[in-house]
Design a protein around this ligand. Structure first.
Ligand SMILES: [Fe+2]
Length: 387
């Protein structure tokens, strides 16, 4: 069936990965013709010393540097405006996004306003950005969102209390520098939750109906790398394992940027919009139940996921084998301290309107791509399971 339609594939971002990749930031900015770069980051990353390190690597290449380090966990319109103010007063002509998805999304937002004027809220939606951004180089400090290679950003409008989504090819960073040095010092909880998000991207892309062999190569590779390295990365702080996670999250990002997710992100998003549950943790909670829901429609793909993460499938086949795969995933998450239900976050099912959550989830573009058709009733059942 995959050959009956035409599939696009592109990753316009030049990706450089490996220990020390961040040290190339000056060289890459120089290639892009940047004379003064604005680093967009957050207070935690600044405190960890990464802003100073990256700034001196930029200066070593003879390029000027300024910084805005006020990005909040869900970057706001105000964060973009504050970053843009520094960009203008410091006469910058290039941007460096340094941090997790929030800092990189804020950096994209600053670039949109720098190139197009007006307010970032003016450009929300799909392909609504008229002019190309200034050169943007992204350096992820977590192993999760894949924002360093995606066409997406989400900015929160803090006055209207809504999230503004952006999807545009113009948001693709020109360069991604994926350096495990930026991740090794992150708290264990950040590594486990962001890697669970990346694993969720890879798994949902792999099982959804829009997958194709090119995307499969990236997703099954990322699933293997995360599945086999997550425990060592989190529990032993194993450097080689953390390096595997950092590249795997970029691979999953390239894949889901060309595809979409499935039932897990569709179901988790309305919950994280209403409750203070980290995105990656929510996906880890929904992933086993979401996969079990998909077993009747995609048992073989779920078995392949199980084999990639090292589940003890042995000679089992079909749905029984797929169930072993999902159990192995549950055990993996439990081994790194990820909770199995939302109750740990004080989410009380009796106080929630599950029909409203399900109706919101049904709006996700990932819903029509789920291997097993989803009804609002299915989602309500899923919510009851994880709460
Ligand atoms: Fe995600």
């Amino acid at each position: 069936m995959v050959w009956d339609s035409v599939h696009p594939f592109e990753c316009p971002t030049r990706v450089f990965f490996g220990w020390g990749a961040a040290g190339q930031v000056g060289e890459r900015l120089k290639e892009l013709g940047v004379s003064k770069a604005l680093i967009v980051s957050d207070p935690g990353i600044e405190k960890a010393g990464h802003v100073a390190t990256v700034a001196s690597a930029i200066e070593d290449a003879g390029i000027g540097v300024a910084s805005y380090t006020g990005v909040q966990p869900n970057p706001t319109v105000g964060n973009v405006e504050a970053g843009y103010a520094v960009y203008v007063t410091q006469q910058c002509d290039g941007i460096v996004g340094l941090g997790g998805g929030s800092a990189m999304d804020a950096a994209k937002g600053v670039g949109v306003v720098a190139a197009n004027g007006g307010n970032i809220a003016d450009y929300t939606g799909r392909e609504q950005i008229p002019f190309d951004l200034p050169p943007l180089v992204c350096l992820p400090t977590t192993c999760g969102t894949g924002s360093e290679v995606t066409f997406n950003a989400v900015i929160t409008d803090e006055t209207r209390h809504i999230k503004l989504p952006y999807v545009s090819r113009k948001l693709a960073p020109r360069v991604a520098l994926v350096d495990p040095n930026l991740v090794v010092g992150a708290p264990a909880g950040v590594i486990s939750s962001t890697a669970a998000d990346a694993l969720s991207h890879a798994i949902e892309c792999y099982i959804n109906t829009a997958s194709d062999p090119l995307i499969d190569a990236l997703t099954i590779g990322a699933i293997r790398m995360i599945g086999q390295n997550l425990a060592a990365a989190v529990n032993e702080r194993d450097r080689a394992a953390i390096a595997q996670l950092s590249l795997a999250s970029t691979m999953a990002g390239i894949a889901f940027n060309m595809n979409a997710n499935a039932v897990v992100h569709a179901a988790s998003t309305p919950v994280t919009a209403r409750h203070d549950v980290p995105h990656g943790v929510a996906n880890a909670i929904f992933l086993p139940a979401g996969l079990r829901f998909c077993i009747p429609a995609a048992p073989d793909r779920i078995v392949e996921i199980g084999r990639a993460i090292g589940a003890p499938i042995g000679d089992l086949t079909g749905e029984a084998a797929a169930d072993v795969a999902v159990t192995a995933l549950e055990q993996l998450f439990s081994s790194v301290g990820l909770p199995p239900t939302l109750s740990a976050f004080g989410v009380d099912v009796s106080k929630m309107d599950l029909d409203e959550l399900a109706a919101d989830a049904m709006k996700s573009r990932s819903v029509p791509l789920n291997p097993r058709p989803i009804t609002p009733e299915d989602l309500v059942a899923l919510y009851r399971k994880v709460m």
